[in-house]
Design a binder for this molecule. Structure first.
Ligand code: HEM
Length: 368
């Protein structure tokens, strides 16, 4: 009896999170309304992340026609794409710009949905699938970085994988061996080499996209089943129809954003932002270049790792991931005002560490 009522509780809770009775074109599209208020712009952020993901998918498939996932040919194939394939440099630039813009949109989307309390019941599943999408998005960045197999990429990956191994120093007993095992499974051998490239390639082009499709499907299904959350404390009565008005605005925004990304990719190779040449192929006997840094979207983690003891950053990261996962329950009774303050403080931290982390690092290391 107790077992039965527990089962019923779980089924009821699940069907409240995914109310499949609302699965109809009428309720999910025709009758859907989007609230109009000062935060309405934030309802476009998830769509923008989706747009950049689709751009990644299309440009990524195009790059696959020429890319060779072997340590002997990977670098040369990327060089060939950039220098000899018609529009090859544009496609590659689009892929790089769009990856950064996707990560930016996902971060803004996370912070705005948090501030607007869009994770509130019955939207826990939307939030949880969102946390999964966030992790996958960062994993796309990490695995993609290695694929051109240049000096910086391989060395940065070595540093990244090394951090996993360090974890063992903070774990007790037999658990201490696990991080090294995990690192070796990812790496596929004693050092970063062909097995690592094959694994990162498989993750980047097959496994992560499949996981993302699954999670995104659930994410969007739950958004459409529940409709948009109210977003602010005292919502005005003003609403607009999702179809055609919101959809039309959404697609117009996609058009504008595509034009901007296209112009950026055409005029400004992403690599022009780096102070070191990216295009030297990896040489196992070569030295690790000075000032090696990960992509900008990992700097918020990179500088604390350079400045603080490893365990402090690790503990901080675990707390943040725990809080993110349990957000719908931890912040159940928190006001939107407090949530907005937490969001703004988090955004300030991310911006300061990304833009000024290098200066802070020099300042601290300079003995001030
Ligand atoms: C690949 C990454 C992602 C894509 C493509 C995506 C896509 C979307 C789309 C299209 C919407 C509906 C429009 C909107 O409210 O913006 C949405 C809503 C939502 N997303 Fe995401 N999302 C992603 C990641 C995330 C992350 C990282 C979180 C937070 C952890 C998140 C949490 C939410 C929530 C709570 C809603 C409901 C908003 C509401 O009802 O007002 N999403 N997402």
């Amino acid at each position: 009896m107790a077992k039965q009522s527990r089962l019923k509780y779980v089924i009821d809770a699940l069907s409240e999170r995914l109310p499949m009775e609302k699965l109809s074109f009428e309720s999910m599209v025709q009758k859907k309304e989007v609230p109009l208020h000062k935060m309405s712009w934030a309802y476009y952020m998830g769509g923008l992340a989706l747009f950049f993901f689709l751009t990644q998918l299309i440009t990524g498939v195009m790059l696959l026609f020429y890319y060779e996932p072997t340590v002997s040919d990977a670098h040369a194939s990327v060089e060939y794409i950039t220098q000899h394939v018609v529009w090859g440099d544009l496609i590659r630039n689009l892929h790089t710009w769009s990856s950064s813009l996707m990560i930016l949109c996902v971060m803004v989307h996370l912070l705005t949905t948090f501030a607007m309390k869009a994770f509130e019941a019955p939207r826990e599943l939307t939030w949880l699938t969102g946390v999964g999408l966030l992790i996958i998005t960062f994993m796309f960045g990490f695995t993609g970085y290695l694929l051109p197999w240049h000096q910086i990429a391989v060395n940065a990956t070595k540093v990244g994988l090394q951090s996993i191994e360090y974890l063992g120093n903070y774990l007790p007993g037999f658990l201490a061996e696990w991080p090294t095992m995990i690192k070796e499974i990812i790496q596929g051998g004693p050092t970063v080499g062909q097995a690592t490239l094959s694994r990162f390639y498989a993750l980047h082009v097959v496994i992560l996209p499949l996981c993302l499709f699954g999670l995104l499907g659930l994410h969007l299904l739950s958004v459409q089943l529940h409709g948009m959350s109210q977003g602010i404390d005292k919502p005005s009565k003003k609403q607009e129809r999702f179809f055609p008005f919101f959809v039309l605005k959404d697609f117009s925004l996609w058009g504008i954003v595509f034009l901007i990304t296209f112009i950026l990719a055409l005029c400004l190779p992403f690599e022009s932002f780096f102070s070191f040449p990216l295009f030297e192929p990896y040489d196992p006997l070569g030295s690790t270049p000075d000032g090696i840094k990960p992509e900008w979207y990992f700097l918020f983690l990179f500088y604390p790792l350079e400045l603080l003891p490893f365990w402090v950053v690790l503990l901080g990261l675990m707390i943040v991931m725990g809080v993110l996962t349990f957000t719908p329950w931890i912040f159940k009774s928190t006001s939107r005002k407090i949530l907005t303050i937490i969001s703004l403080l988090s955004a300030a931290y991310l911006i300061i560490m990304t833009l000024f982390g290098g200066i802070i690092y020099e300042w601290v290391k300079g003995g001030h």
